[in-house]
Design a protein around this ligand. Structure first.
Ligand SMILES: NC(=O)c1ccc[n+]([C@@H]2O[C@H](COP(=O)([O-])OP(=O)(O)OC[C@H]3O[C@@H](n4cnc5c(N)ncnc54)[C@H](OP(=O)(O)O)[C@@H]3O)[C@@H](O)[C@H]2O)c1
Length: 330
């Protein structure tokens, strides 16, 4: 790991999202808020802030509209606030239903919200391990539910749509080589067994994201919906704030030297939702494709195939008919 991170070039001033509608999850803080500001500054027409509470959404909306660059635009963005708690499948379902019912066109689904942690925590409704649910499973469920709208929006507008999940180059710290998922146990069950939980869980969850993105991309035409994931590098945000002190203090020391401001890190998210077909199915590290070697191994490929099948079963249980509607069968 080099001491300093490379410079991230500024976004092209010609970049315009005029006429487009974007959803940004986790839009009230860190990278999501900075990405929302970039989208607003680059003429997005409708911006949907997907946040846990209306109040934080209102505060973010006011801050975005108060930005001088946004204020100087001839046409100000329409900013909507939709509540979304990725730890609650009921909220994920209501959010997806609201989008389908109320949003006629969706061009960009930026699945940014996520969390880290070194302690076993489960979700209130399903008792699922929380990083697995929030960083991976809920994003996969949203991708399946909203894929038909993203496709139809691209076909109507003649301009491709994007599903971009925020991933991480912390993936090589994953636990799956040290502790492979046995053939006799489902991947979901293995991950949700507390005995298999460790400090690597954040990286594990981001490996799952990359596996899912690779499989989803195989079934999606990049000229219609480009599917990718992106790592913004080390970025100063709230991500480490809730860690225990023995993690937070050393991590914050490294971040003090290496981390980028959120505005800079968020450029990589904006690049990913305007990237070319080379990003389809891939993890972009900053602006270029980055490879996790584990995904190319026989073990990695096998796990990816199993994860895909189990996730589609979960998607069908979550929203019956959604897998067929998204043309993901077979
Ligand atoms: N910062 C880095 O160095 C770095 C590096 C690589 C990847 N990433 C990824 O970047 C993404 C954004 O993180 P960040 O660094 O900007 O951290 P952050 O400042 O902590 O922001 C995380 C966002 O996710 C939201 N969120 C967390 N749990 C949620 C839930 N259950 N439902 C809905 N929203 C939820 C948070 O909402 P609240 O404000 O309501 O808590 C917040 O808006 C994450 O996916 C993270 O893994 C970050």
């Amino acid at each position: 790991m080099p001491l300093f991170q490379p410079t991230v070039p500024p976004l092209p001033s010609s970049l315009s999202f005029a006429g487009k509608t974007a959803v940004v999850t986790g839009a009230n803080a860190g990278l999501g808020r900075a990405a929302s500001l970039h989208l607003a500054q680059h003429q997005i027409s409708t911006l949907i802030l997907a946040v846990r509470t209306q109040k934080t959404g209102e505060e973010t909306k006011a801050a975005l509209l108060a930005d001088p660059v946004v204020g100087a635009l001839q046409t100000k963005p329409t900013i909507l606030i939709f509540e979304l708690d990725l730890a609650r499948p009921s909220s994920v379902g209501s959010f997806a239903a609201k989008i389908v019912a109320e949003v006629p066109t969706l061009n960009i689904l930026l699945l940014n919200a996520g969390l880290g942690g070194v302690k076993w925590r489960t979700t209130p409704e399903t008792g699922t391990e929380i990083m697995f649910q929030v960083n991976f499973l809920s994003n996969a469920m949203l991708s399946v539910r909203l894929l038909p709208l993203l496709r139809s929006s691209a076909e109507r507008s003649g301009s491709k749509s994007y599903i971009c999940t925020v991933g991480s180059r912390a993936q090589p710290l994953h636990s799956y080589t040290r502790k492979p998922v046995p053939d006799t146990v489902d991947v979901f069950a293995f991950i949700n067994d507390r005995a298999n939980f460790g400090l690597e869980r954040y990286s594990d969850s981001k490996v799952l994201v990359s596996m899912w993105v690779r499989e989803l991309a195989k079934r999606t035409d990049p000229a219609v919906v480009t599917v990718n994931n992106v790592c913004p590098g080390m970025v100063t945000t709230n991500l480490n704030d809730k860690q225990p002190w023995y993690i937070r203090i050393p991590v914050n020391l490294v971040f003090a030297i290496r981390a980028r401001p959120a505005e800079v890190g968020a450029r990589t998210l904006i690049n990913a939702v305007s990237a070319g077909p080379e990003s389809h199915g891939e993890l972009l590290g900053d602006y270029t494709v980055w490879e996790n070697k584990f995904l190319k191994t026989e073990q990695g490929k096998k796990m990816q195939g199993r994860l895909w099948k189990e996730t589609l079963v979960a998607a069908e249980e979550f929203a019956p008919g959604s897998v067929q509607a998204a043309k993901l069968e077979g």
